[in-house]
Design a binder for this molecule. Structure first.
Ligand SMILES: Nc1ncnc2c1ncn2[C@@H]1O[C@H](COP(=O)(O)OP(=O)(O)O)[C@@H](O)[C@H]1O
Ligand SMILES: [Mg+2]
Length: 269
């Protein structure tokens, strides 16, 4: 991915409150136009990685204490979240924070304020409504009353209004019904293909993530323990075992067994 790289993390270390070391040397690459999956168990450091890139870390008393982050050739790890948004990186944080008292369309309008090119509100709304026709239907609804799926579409749409050059997407499927998840992932794929939007995707749903991504990284306790093309990762026995819950026989193991096994067998040790 060297040539087409748009984002590069070089061995970054992240600390919270000057003492809690969470990322212990993470390197990763996002290519132009690709979807890259960042996988790993709860607490592995996935959200922290996204926040290090977007600069949101600084709002949580976190800091990149070593290594560097480059976006389109320029260093961004010292920049503020606002500056990073202006160069074109938008993070859709987990948990779907909409402005609850505003309507769907008002939420989208707020997103347009980060628009670097000032390309105008209307074309932005048209583009968002093109990918999310549901949002158009409910554009006058107060967003606090929208369903979880609609709110997920809304936070993604709001980020799109800023015309990002790279989208960081944190757990879009969390807590949604399977049909909705399918719909949202289809939209993610279309945004990537049709808008040529590179996406760094954090997902607990490993199967889905590896179905849409071209490349993936597995994070464990703040370190990348495995990376490779998505199809290779899908076939990897450890991924199958720990993340897809499949044994060699293709049968499902109980979560408890997996946890137990996981404790015994550490990766790459
Ligand atoms: N603001 C914070 N202050 C201190 N520790 C944090 C903070 N945010 C996250 N952590 C810790 O960093 C580790 C990684 O968290 P996170 O990046 O949210 O993991 P993931 O997204 O993979 O579930 C966890 O142990 C978590 O408790
Ligand atoms: Mg997280």
């Amino acid at each position: 991915m060297e040539n087409g790289s748009i984002l590069k993390l070089n061995n970054i270390e992240v600390m919270y409150q000057e003492v809690i070391l969470v990322l212990k040397g993470v390197s990763l690459d996002v290519g132009r136009g690709g979807i890259v999956a960042l996988l790993g168990a709860n607490g592995a450091g996935k959200s922290t990685t996204l926040k290090a890139i977007s600069g949101l870390l600084k709002h949580e008393d976190g800091e990149v204490t070593d290594g560097s982050i480059e976006f389109m050739g320029g260093r961004i790890d010292r920049k503020s979240a606002e500056e990073i948004a202006k160069v074109g990186i938008l993070q859709v944080i987990e948990g779907r924070r909409v402005f609850e008292h505003l309507t769907v369309e008002e939420n989208l309008t707020v997103g347009a304020h980060l628009n670097r090119t000032a390309a105008g509100l209307k074309p932005g709304l048209e583009m968002v409504y093109h990918y999310f026709p549901r949002l158009k239907q409910i554009r006058h609804t107060v967003s606090g009353f929208c369903s979880g799926g609609e709110q997920q579409m809304l936070v993604m749409g709001r980020a799109l209004m800023a015309r990002p050059k790279l989208m960081l997407l944190d757990e879009p499927s969390m807590g949604l019904a399977p049909l909705l998840i399918k719909e949202i992932f289809e939209i993610i794929t279309r945004l990537n293909r049709e808008e040529h939007l590179p996406i760094l995707l954090v997902e607990q749903n490993v199967k889905l993530a590896l179905a849409v991504a071209g490349y993936g990284y597995v994070l464990e306790s703040g370190r990348v323990v495995m990376d490779g093309p998505a199809d290779k990762l899908r076939d990897n026995p450890d991924i199958k075992e720990f993340y897809l819950g499949l044994t060699d026989l293709g049968t499902r193991k109980t979560f408890r067994n997996i946890k137990h096994y996981k404790r015994r067998k550490r990766w790459l040790t």
